[in-house]
Design a binder for this molecule. Structure first.
Ligand code: NAP
Ligand code: HSE
Length: 440
């Protein structure tokens, strides 16, 4: 019997994710190698600061501060881009693909911004780009969409795609913990992005939503064309109000496609979910995604969405696929390599076609006639009120008004908010949350 082939792997980045990949390949090497049928050689590692203390010991001979040297090294067959960012990461990815290498990436910001260029480069030069770790951490949602669910078109995909935000929201709801201290915990635990505003302002979820929308619909939706709202304005009072109304609050990505009209909508926002909804009960760093296909119906996926081990699991899954591809050749990887449906003619849904019920929290002067003025603005825009809760506000002479609406749409609510902001009796910027009437 001939000796198994050796595959040389370069890691660009040895932070939270890179160290997890090194740790778990080192710990499970024999098992992994026997499953994949090749020897996995962690040949080179690029870092910014080679003197930094790390939880894994890397021989000095393997370290470099030049990730492009790894991308261009003729002996490296698999390049793992685990640095983050979109400038150097793009250069490294394109350099490796132009040499016909396989790139494994966890970098959803890069894919959202430069995905079209990256996949074109892979195709042109015979390289391959694997990105399971870019969405939902350890959940194999990319494989599910492009392999297991390939028979389907997808009227709705929605879910929790950011572990940091779900961790923060859960801690705020369960422990009444202050936002800033919970965010600090999420950073310490390795969940948050280097720039945590990507998490809390909704951009990381938007990057992931764009990857899922592309896989499901073959269209790159720019974040500029999405509704993107984060969690930083949610207060403990909102959780209490939501519970009173029978809801939980989750930061969701919602990707809908009206198959008859061929209209696509991608949005990211904190959402009130009915308390019986499974995803409303997904806590901590866990992500969960509901995928409705026109053939299969609704399927549900859940697991750790961020952190060292969950993300390493997804990266190593891609490394194993890449090693199998190198061993067996392209035919062995036909389905995984199928990227997305051919670009279709769907168009983005206009704001008046994006419907839901809404939750509106206003801090108002506690005076006669204020509720009537608010109601009159809403009536003017044909927004129908479903319920009203009034609580005392923290500041003297003010009240907190929480209104829910019957079904309305983004255009009407946008116009309503604009008018409400102009009322002298409305004291703070109103908070508008969407209600997700999803039962599965
Ligand atoms: P991280 O802890 O900040 O690690 C980044 C690594 O890249 C560090 O080792 C850093 O070197 C290295 N690096 C940065 N700039 C470099 C440069 N110019 N030259 C050489 N090395 C450089 O980040 P992370 O959390 O592991 O995330 C990495 C990627 O995975 C990101 O795209 C992120 O979005 C994605 N991701 C993260 C998670 C998660 O839970 N953390 C989950 C899924 C996906 P030094 O160590 O010397 O500074
Ligand atoms: N910062 C991201 C999150 C990492 O919290 O979900 C996983 O992509």
């Amino acid at each position: 019997m001939s000796a198994p082939m050796t595959v040389n792997i370069g890691l660009c980045g040895l932070g939270t994710v890179g160290q997890g990949v090194w740790k778990h390949i080192s710990a499970n090497r024999a098992d992994l190698e026997s499953r994949v049928g090749v020897k996995l050689n962690l040949a080179r590692v690029a870092v910014r600061n080679p003197r930094k203390a790390r939880a894994v010991a890397i021989p000095a001979t393997k370290l470099t501060t030049d990730p492009l040297a790894i991308a261009n090294d003729p002996d490296i067959q698999i390049v793992c881009e685990l640095m983050g960012g979109t400038t150097l990461a793009r250069q490294v990815t394109l350099a490796a693909l132009r040499r016909g290498k396989i790139v494994v990436s966890a970098n959803k910001a890069l894919i959202c911004k430069h995905g079209a260029e990256i996949f074109a480069a892979a195709q042109k030069h015979g390289g391959h780009f694997f990105f399971e770790a870019s969405v939902a951490g350890g959940i194999p949602i990319i494989k599910a969409l492009r392999e297991g669910l390939v028979a389907n078109r997808f009227p709705r995909i929605y879910g929790i795609l950011n572990g940091t935000c779900n961790y923060i929201l859960t801690q705020m709801e369960d422990r009444d913990a202050p936002y800033a201290s919970v965010l600090a915990d999420a950073k310490r635990l390795g969940y948050a992005e280097a720039d945590e505003s990507l998490d809390v302002d909704g951009w990381d979820t938007a990057h992931k939503a764009s990857v899922l929308a592309w896989l499901a619909h073959g269209v790159w939706v720019k974040t500029d064309d999405m509704i993107v709202e984060g969690i930083s304005r949610i207060t403990p009072a909102d959780f209490k109000n939501a519970v009173t109304l029978g809801f939980g609050i989750k930061l969701l990505a919602v990707i809908t496609r009206d198959l008859a009209r061929n209209e696509l909508c991608v949005r990211v926002h904190p959402t009130l979910l009915p308390e019986g909804n499974v995803i409303a009960n997904v806590s901590g760093v866990f992500n969960a995604i509901s995928v409705t296909g026109d053939v299969v119906g609704t399927t549900l996926y859940s697991g750790r969405g961020a952190g060292q081990d969950a993300t390493a699991s997804a990266v190593i899954g891609d490394i194993a696929d890449a090693a199998a591809l190198l061993k067996h050749g392209k035919g062995a990887h036909l389905i995984g390599e199928a990227t997305a449906p051919a670009r279709d003619e769907s168009r983005l849904a206009p704001p008046e076609k994006i419907h839901c019920r809404y939750y509106l929290r206003l801090t108002v002067k506690d005076q006669p006639g204020v509720l009537a003025r608010v109601a009159s603005v809403m009536a003017k825009h044909h927004v129908s009120i479903a319920s009203v809760i009034q609580n005392p506000a923290e500041r003297p002479g003010a009240a907190s008004l929480v209104l829910t609406t019957h079904e309305s749409n983004e255009r009407a609510m946008g116009a309503t908010l604009k008018r409400l902001r102009g009322l002298a009796s409305v004291l703070d910027d109103p908070l508008l949350l969407r209600i997700g009437d999803f039962n599965d």
